[in-house]
Design a protein around this ligand. Structure first.
Ligand code: PMP
Ligand code: GLN
Length: 382
């Protein structure tokens, strides 16, 4: 068969998790918590899964009560007018489906899509499957903030979409209001759309709030903004996310969503609606939940030979391993770390279309304290 993605192997997240399982390693590779979602959420799902009436297709755009709850939450968190639950919010099968559906909905063959690199591994292949052309703009080392002059230089009459990700996977870098103003100035007189992947919106540290595209009206009117309940409720396996976008863009998204998955699991949506209604401010607890994990992990590795990069948001920590192994590729080092030291990590070259290798690995710190301590004990031996 003639492959449509001949250069794409199995996602690094699957590869490293499988290797971790084979080696019995502590898995700090793929991004997922090793703790469960809030009990109320589990109980809500059990309730809906074992009662009559919530087992058939949900409405294509998502359960109305869940979309209403999302609208209220969005207005409260970002201090903006609530998005219209009927015309501006679509519940999707994780942010993953939303990313793919948005790209399928708006990218025509030959369109250019601007991607800031390093970037989440899905972006490039999903653009190419639409016949789009990813245009990669490097984020500036060492903080991996965007260089808006480089972005400006990369825009052409064929640019269809700019992709943003803040807090950023893998670096944790967060965009500021000034960043979003700079982007607004570049896009104001164009038809270029924005796809803003904000799945780590509630994992921000040191009192710095997440700045959403939804807070910038001139961007919001041309943007698809994505969130993930998998991240917010420690439930990556539930695969529920959503997209907020103006009515005309939402119409286009739903044209694809209806043929991609049609709808999202019904009892799961009811459970999420229950907890959002009962405890609408759960998200406010997340910075204080995650910052101690980040701080503990950094403190535990301070005495190691890893050099830690800043981690302003998200749930990942980047580290340079040159003092341990100066010439080894990041893929080889990550595999050896998994096999020999018993700690699985992700090589950062997986986030570059050309496998650019800066000698960096990524740790996920969304783990229980005992897991972080056990991993750090092994890492400090190196
Ligand atoms: N975007 C980014 C940047 C992510 O890190 C992830 C999760 N790994 C996703 C999207 C996908 O989110 P979901 O699990 O809700 O599909
Ligand atoms: N987003 C997660 C990560 O960056 C992985 C998601 C996946 O495995 N597809 O590790």
């Amino acid at each position: 068969i003639q492959s449509k993605l001949p250069d794409v192997g199995t996602s690094i997240f699957s590869v490293m998790t499988q290797l971790a399982q084979e080696c019995g390693a502590i898995n700090l590779a793929q991004g997922f918590p090793d703790y469960d979602p809030p009990l109320e959420l589990q109980e809500a799902l059990a309730r809906h899964a074992t009662s009559s009436g919530h087992h058939q297709y949900a409405p294509m755009p998502g359960l109305p009560r869940l979309r209403e709850a999302i609208a209220h939450k969005t207005a409260r968190v970002y201090q903006v007018p609530a998005p219209d639950a009927t015309t501006e919010i679509t519940v999707t099968c994780g942010a993953t489906e939303a990313l793919y559906a948005v790209l399928a909905a708006v990218v025509h063959p030959g369109d250019e899509v601007l991607v800031l690199e390093p970037a989440y591994d899905l972006y490039g292949p999903a653009i190419r499957l639409q016949g789009g052309i990813p245009i990669y703009v490097p984020l500036s080392a060492p903080t991996l903030q965007p260089d808006w002059d480089r972005v400006k230089a990369a825009l052409t009459p064929r640019t269809r979409l700019v992709m943003l990700n803040s807090p950023h996977n893998p670096s944790g870098a967060v965009l500021t209001a000034e960043d979003l103003e700079a982007l607004t100035a570049l896009l104001i007189d164009t038809n270029i759309l924005v796809l803003s992947d904000e799945v780590y919106e509630h994992m921000v540290f040191d009192g710095v709030p997440h700045r959403s595209v939804l807070q910038h009206p001139a961007l919001r009117e041309r943007a698809f903004v994505l969130s993930s309940f998998g991240k917010t409720y420690h439930a990556t396996g539930w695969k529920v996310g959503y997209c907020v976008a103006p009515p005309a863009l939402t119409t286009e998204l739903r044209r694809v969503h209806q043929f991609l998955t049609f709808a999202v699991s019904t009892p799961t949506q009811h459970a999420l609606a229950d907890v959002l209604e009962a405890n609408p401010t759960h998200d406010q607890e997340l910075p204080a939940f995650y910052q101690p994990k980040r701080d503990l992990f950094r403190e535990l590795l301070a005495e190691s030979r890893f050099e830690l990069l800043p981690a302003a948001g998200g749930y990942f920590q980047l580290a340079r391993y040159a003092r341990i192994s100066p010439t080894e590729s990041d893929v080889a080092f990550a595999q050896r770390l998994t096999r020999e030291a018993g700690v699985a990590v992700v090589p950062v070259s997986a986030f570059y279309h050309n496998n650019h290798d800066d000698g960096l690995i990524r740790f996920c710190f969304a783990k229980q304290e005992q897991t972080l301590r056990a991993a750090a004990a092994r890492l400090r031996e190196l």
